[in-house]
Design a protein around this ligand. Structure first.
Ligand code: NAD
Length: 316
């Protein structure tokens, strides 16, 4: 096991971009921090054995192979939410603790959900592009008040988005593996089956964690069950949607628009992703859900606190 387990000072590698306050906070606690946000996977595997803890966001992929190269690794900190870039089974098997900053960016992502919906419903980005190219054109959009929003995944972000939508006069349907009477009651909503949600929602939001069951939760069949002209918003992970089925649904008008903050490869590299990005009824932002000054501050504080607690536990 780890030779440095009884030493309070930890060697910490930060392999993705993080707030400076997190680095300063770790150093103030007496840890030795190496900030290497541009490391490739190969470089990571060469040096990981030198560290007791690694801090990642979503860029670094902590696969089983990478984790096995970190013989002295005791702790992984995900400075954010979503552990789909970490092989959690391998981490457990190797006795490596994992901490996250769950909840730190809920408001920021929920606000982005709202912004993407209104942008598509009122064609803001599209008409702005027209104006920039010298065309003064108008197009009727869709009001969102009085419509029905379907939340696939009703956890922190799904709930907070529904909370905002409720205040704007929308009805709420939700589908989740776990149901909370208290949460759904707060937005006067209703839990329904996925099929029911797809058939009755004008606007669909996906806010699920990416796990086995949620991968491609929306494919050809599910797009076929949606209301004609629905708008889909996805700020969770691209892989919860089948890309080919999505592009077809947009081309055939089954979907009126798609707003997202996530891609299958970031930055995008496949021709189909590039086609999707350039469609008039699509707006995709470059994974900025948690990119607000407020959320980044909370991520840094929460990651520092959670790491410190975990390291104290490890030292006991
Ligand atoms: P959460 O854990 O509070 O909520 C996720 C919900 O999804 C849970 O209620 C869970 O039961 C549900 N779920 C999981 N699999 C499901 C399935 N197959 N069918 C139905 N429901 C399912 O997480 P959260 O804080 O709301 O975050 C949700 C996701 O948003 C994260 O996992 C992450 O992928 C993404 N996220 C993106 C950004 C961004 O920058 N765009 C930032 C933060 C989080």
């Amino acid at each position: 096991m780890n030779a440095a387990a009884d030493v309070k000072t930890k060697r910490i590698l930060i392999s993705d971009p993080v707030e400076r306050s997190l680095i300063a906070g770790l150093e103030e606690k007496g840890h030795m921090v190496d900030y290497r946000p541009e490391l490739s996977q190969e470089q990571l595997m060469e040096i990981l054995h030198d560290y007791n803890a690694v801090v990642v966001r979503s860029r670094t992929k902590l696969t089983s192979e990478v984790l096995q190269s970190g013989q002295n690794l005791q702790l992984i900190a995900r400075a954010g939410i979503g552990t789909d870039n970490i092989d959690m089974d391998a981490a457990e098997r190797l006795g490596i603790k994992v901490v996250t900053a769950a909840g730190s960016s809920t408001d920021s992502v929920a606000e982005l959900n709202l912004a993407l919906l209104i942008d598509i419903a009122r064609r803001i980005s599209f008409l702005n592009r027209q104006l920039r190219s010298g065309k003064f054109v108008k197009q009727a959009g869709t009001e969102i008040a009085g419509k029905t929003a379907g939340m696939i995944g009703f956890g922190r972000i799904g709930f907070q988005t529904a909370n905002y939508l409720r205040a704007l006069g929308l009805g709420i349907l939700a589908y989740d593996l776990y149901e909370s009477k208290e949460l759904i009651g707060k937005v006067s909503g209703k839990y329904v089956s996925l099929d029911n949600l797809l058939g009755n929602s004008d606007f669909i939001f996906i806010s699920v964690t990416l796990m086995g069951g949620s991968k491609e939760i929306l494919g050809v069949e599910e797009f076929g069950k949606m209301k004609n002209g629905a708008i889909l918003i996805n700020t969770s992970r691209a892989e919860v949607v089948n890309l080919e089925a999505l592009v077809k649904a947009l081309k055939h008008g089954r979907l009126k628009g798609y707003g997202a903050d996530v891609l299958w490869s970031e930055p995008p590299d496949s021709p189909l992703e590039k086609e999707l990005i350039s469609m008039d009824n699509v707006i995709i932002t470059p994974h900025i859900g948690a990119q607000t000054i407020e959320a980044q501050g909370r991520v840094a504080r929460m990651t520092l606190e959670n790491m410190q607690k975990a390291m104290e536990d490890i030292n006991r």
